[in-house]
Write a protein that binds this ligand. Sequence first.
Ligand SMILES: C[S@@+](CC[C@H](N)C(=O)[O-])C[C@H]1O[C@@H](n2cnc3c(N)ncnc32)[C@H](O)[C@@H]1O
Length: 243
Amino acid sequence: MNRVDGKGGATATPRFHGRRHGRKLRPGRIDLLHSLLPRLRLVIDDCSAPIDPRLSFARSVTDVWLEIGFGAGEHLAQRAEENPDVGFIGCEPYVSGVASLLSQLSSGNDTNIRLFDDDSRLLLPRLAEASIGRVFLLFPDPWPKKRHWQRRFLTLTGFDMLARVLADGGDLWFATDHMGYAGWALQHAIRHSAFTWLARRPDDWRRPTDGWIQTRYESKALAKGDHCTYLRFRRRNRQENGS
Ligand SMILES: C[S@@+](CC[C@H](N)C(=O)[O-])C[C@H]1O[C@@H](n2cnc3c(N)ncnc32)[C@H](O)[C@@H]1O
């Protein structure tokens, strides 16, 4: 498991409130965790040099996209297959989710996916500034109780971390089935000088973009008849707004 001493980070080591382990894994999945994960794992060490994520891939990539909390990994696996020239970093501390993603990778070693099997807030401060072209944060834990709202990923600190790693013009794609979290994310993004909300009309946030890949949580929410919200934010040009 990755650990960092916090030297390169903006804040102290964050506390992860989610689950790391679920039901007992099938033997095939345990094998994948032992054989394939070490080859795809993005390791961060104690040195404070920024990590250029492009260098983690076996072949050259035109851009690097990051998915935070990929769950069972269906979205990540399909996006990576559809965009073979892009390098993908998936962050997920839930071991069963990581094993599920590994089971979907047909190309093994040669894949354009690298994995950080821990809290993304340990990785983000270590990535080089402006090194990521797109971030997916899809159906993150909504923490509905007021006393837990500060556990949400998209606090002002979360936006700060994403603003630093996103390249100028890079996008943050956020989706949720929790109206409270949608409003919260929007309020924080609007207050944050580095981001602009891309919606022009209601369908831009009520419906997913063309080519959208449904996640497991999204399918469950839609099957229950819940509404989902899709927000896309663009990282402003650093020279324009000085952030
Ligand atoms: C509600 S699930 C959604 C999973 C998937 N995105 C989907 O839509 O099906 C949220 C996921 O985010 C992961 N997660 C929570 N906090 C995280 C963090 N700080 N960094 C990376 N992953 C995180 C959890 O382990 C969980 O798998």
